[in-house]
Design a protein around this ligand. Structure first.
Ligand code: J2J
Length: 554
């Protein structure tokens, strides 16, 4: 095989990403939802308009829009020199540091596609992302919370032949240091020859919470993602005076786009990144940086509510606290205003697209009891029964949606797409909801086989498959169990082979050593002789979920 063919083989192909039907796409363009602007251009515009305005703060690092934009251009040169080009996939696994954004925007400008891996991902997830996308590069921090990512990169590189480059923030060992890739312009500057990527093409691949054995990748285009970011910023009142605290992992869809860091850049505001997720660290930053808006998952919100009652930090700059990612109880919601002195905004979103917000003008009843309403007038939602027929108004059913920023299919997953999307292009969210008379959604449950561990999603089947790989395990079923802080934790019911009993610690260590992200390792493992079955003979997970209550109470 020639080198040219090999290069072609590893390129990202838009045909692997199902797209909106032509008529719908035309409409979204004509109506002005899709503006044909790329993320690279968006940042360039801000750098021109607000050069000296601070864009990004992390620890002692403070980048103005001008510096941010310069760093991005420098990295474009460095990445280009390394051989990263238009349509190359790059797995990015970075913590909450400024470099995450320099990297992503440089890739956007090159037309390369970042996969938004989370710092918690380990060998199983990263190897899969690299292999599945034929990624050309993997970008990491040397160490984070004691974990050695260079060692992980070494293992992945040995297994994935497409992976040509490992780029490291910090001590690079045998790999390339990101700091060496910030290159100044020379004669024949590559920037002058680059063509702006097509805004209707995939800008990034988000990672789905998943319901199947392997996580699915979500292709988001510049057009659709930027539209969602823009409307989100408008709804949340984000402007050039906004100061956003980002304590959730930056790559996650919520802090990235709802309106998240990208929404703040879109509006010319300032992003403050933090890694220490304790309430004290957050409160100190709120006071110091005069934070106006923050986004949290419910478990962290509960910790903030507790800590705020005793804190001496001044939190008065905080105007909006967004809570989303998992169901936030109305009881906790009611405390936000009196305890933290700011407005609660509930956010019910998904990396596949649709995001619902309670509005800043909504009354407390709506803000405390609902998960908001779709952000765009072009979002179409319907609530259906098991046969796919609309339920009566106010009744519980599955939420389906389509619209200008909801994907029409996962990346390279034609078979799964026929199940996850209806024939008329609606995404089946797997969420059970109720629509109020005023058009707000209340999330009441889930039909997808997933555990929502305080906002972190676990596909039951993925963990079950990993456990089944242990020689002592005959069968396994993973279900959610109630948890006071997380909302849900995970419990694995395991049937061992008759002659091979094993221990909880052995199975947990097995999963860790296989390289499964630690949040997916079951919080509890129970050994049983058999599973309750449904009338048709399937494992009755509902009954198992009830059983976790009994276990908990023993
Ligand atoms: C109940 N369940 C919720 C909520 C998400 C903004 C906010 C969150 C996400 C996100 C996101 C919920 N109440 N308020 O991408 O842009 C559950 C639902 C949903 C799934 C999506 C965003 N908010 N959920 O959490 O892709 O089950 O996105 O389908 O990680 O989280 O998970 P994810």
């Amino acid at each position: 095989m020639t080198v040219v063919e090999q290069t072609w083989l590893t390129k990202f192909d838009e045909r692997d990403c199902p797209k909106w039907p032509q008529a719908q796409a035309d409409y979204y363009r004509q109506a002005g939802y899709w503006q044909g602007i790329t993320f690279g251009e968006m940042l360039k515009n801000q750098a021109r308009q607000l050069p000296h305005h601070e864009a990004l703060v992390a620890g002692k690092e403070r980048w103005t829009y001008q510096l941010f934009d310069q760093k991005v251009d420098q990295l474009v040169r460095g990445f280009h020199q390394l051989g990263i080009q238009d349509r190359d996939v790059v797995v990015v696994q970075l913590p909450n540091i400024n470099e995450f954004f320099a990297v992503c925007f440089a890739l956007f400008r090159l037309g390369a596609i970042p996969v938004m891996a989370l710092p918690a991902h380990r060998r199983i997830e990263i190897r899969y992302f690299c292999q599945f996308t034929q990624a050309k590069a993997y970008i990491i921090a040397d160490k984070y919370f004691g974990f050695d990512y260079c060692q992980l990169a070494r293992e992945i590189k040995a297994e994935v032949s497409s992976l040509k480059q490992v780029i490291v923030v910090g001590e690079p060992q045998e790999f390339t240091a990101l700091s060496d890739l910030y290159l100044e312009a020379e004669a024949n500057d590559i920037l002058a020859t680059l063509t702006n990527p097509n805004a209707s093409h995939t800008a990034l691949l988000q990672v789905s919470g998943g319901t199947t054995g392997l996580p699915k990748l979500i292709p988001r285009t510049h057009d659709d993602y930027l539209y969602s970011v823009k409307v989100s910023a408008e709804i949340c009142g984000v402007n050039s005076h906004s100061i956003y605290l980002c304590s959730l992992p930056v790559a996650h869809n919520f802090p990235l786009s709802s309106p998240g860091t990208l929404g703040v850049f879109y509006a010319g505001g300032k992003v403050v990144l933090m890694q220490d997720t304790t309430p004290e660290a957050a409160f100190s930053l709120i006071e110091q940086e005069q934070i106006t808006i923050a986004a949290l998952v419910p478990p962290t919100t509960l910790l903030w509510l507790e800590a705020a009652k005793k804190t001496t930090y001044d939190l008065s700059s905080l105007q909006i606290l967004q809570v989303g990612g998992a169901k936030f109880s109305a009881e906790a919601a009611k405390q936000v205003k009196p305890v933290l002195g700011c407005q609660l905004q509930q956010v019910f979103g998904m990396a596949e697209g649709l995001v619902n917000y309670t509005r800043l003008t909504d009354n407390e009843e709506i803000c405390n009891h609902t998960q908001g309403k779709p952000m765009s007038p072009a979002d179409e939602i319907r609530v259906v029964d098991e046969e796919g027929n609309p339920v009566l108004p106010g009744e519980v059913g599955q939420l389906q949606t389509r619209g200008p920023y909801t994907i029409c299919g996962y990346y390279k997953a034609p078979q799964h797409n026929t199940k996850a999307f209806t024939t008329d292009g609606f995404y089946c969210t797997g969420d059970e909801v109720k629509l109020t008379e005023s058009g707000y959604l209340m999330v009441v449950g889930r039909i997808k086989d997933q555990i929502n561990r305080g906002g972190e999603k676990i596909a039951a089947e993925e963990v079950e498959n990993q456990l089944l790989a242990h020689p002592a395990v005959h069968d396994v079923a993973l279900v959610a169990m109630p948890d006071d802080i997380l909302g849900e934790a995970s419990c694995a019911f395991v049937i061992c082979h008759a002659d091979q009993p094993t221990k909880v610690m052995v199975l947990k260590r097995f999963l860790r050593e296989r390289g499964l992200a630690s949040y997916k390792i079951p919080d509890r493992i129970e050994f049983v002789d058999s599973f309750p079955k449904t009338a048709v003979g399937k494992v009755n997970k509902k009954a198992l979920r009830c059983l976790t209550n009994t276990i908990k109470n023993i």
